[in-house]
Design a protein around this ligand. Structure first.
Ligand SMILES: C[S@@+](CC[C@H](N)C(=O)[O-])C[C@H]1O[C@@H](n2cnc3c(N)ncnc32)[C@H](O)[C@@H]1O
Length: 223
């Protein structure tokens, strides 16, 4: 009943006592983690009171009030501690701001930024170990990043494309590279002096070669 995106995020959570679902909105990630027995308790938090009401209503309907607490707040400001913090469906800059203001160190952090992925990776590599970073296709592409305590030293390619994608060379990543090549070629066909896009296309084509996919033959699609 949950989307592939929600299921994939909840699946990455390591079993814990308390999970904080930050920017929870309907709360589906927290509820899905509860149903998968990934956590004993969920702290739902959102900056918007009306958004949090959706999670409260879902909780009442499903009779799990004793396992849930609800907070209106910016980022983790109302949360004293959680073993795992999930921040999903927000822009990279908002996520970095929330991490920067977090007053405790959870054992695990799971992120699903909607944009500015390289900025997020550059920020987290100095502060956490990137234990998982994989793209999932669920009508759109979503990147799921899991962090544990420690630090990391990501390569330029890992910053751009994510650790697990490069290692696992899986189908959703191949599809992503294919689509990105088509999209970037289309942009360049209209504006040839875009140096950043030219560089990005070269990086994509290098990855495509590694993936045993002939990116040079990618068609310029309409999407
Ligand atoms: C697109 S929804 C994502 C909902 C859910 N996390 C998911 O991935 O399905 C973004 C939610 O983040 C909340 N939000 C945005 N900025 C926030 C912040 N600084 N602190 C807490 N919540 C925030 C919004 O109110 C909204 O409910």
């Amino acid at each position: 009943m949950y989307s592939k995106r929600i299921e994939s995020i909840a699946e990455v959570v390591s079993p814990c006592d308390t999970l904080a679902d930050i920017g929870c909105d309907h709360g589906f990630i927290g509820f899905c983690a509860l149903e998968k027995n990934k956590t004993k308790k969920v702290l739902f938090s959102d900056i918007s009171a009306p958004s949090l009401e959706k999670a409260k209503a879902y909780c009442l309907k499903n009779g799990c009030s004793e396992k849930c607490e609800f907070f209106v707040g910016n980022g983790t400001e109302k949360i004293a501690y959680a073993d795992c913090v999930v921040i999903a469906g927000m822009g990279g800059k908002e996520i970095i701001e929330i991490l920067e203001n977090m007053s405790f160190k959870p054992s695990q952090i799971v992120l699903q930024p909607m944009k500015n992925l390289p900025d997020v990776r550059k920020y987290v590599e100095q502060r956490y170990f990137v234990s998982f970073d994989k793209i999932v296709f669920d009508k759109k592409f979503y990147n799921i990043i899991s962090l544990t305590q420690g630090s990391d030293n990501l390569s330029d390619e890992e910053i751009l494309f994510g650790k697990n994608n490069l290692k696992e060379k899986h189908a959703d990543f191949k599809l992503f590279v294919e689509k990105e090549i088509s999209k970037t070629k289309k942009i360049l066909s209209g504006k040839t002096d875009n140096k950043d896009k030219k560089l990005y296309l070269m990086q994509l084509q290098k990855i495509a070669e590694v993936l045993n996919y002939d990116g040079t033959n990618a068609q310029i699609s309409g999407d």
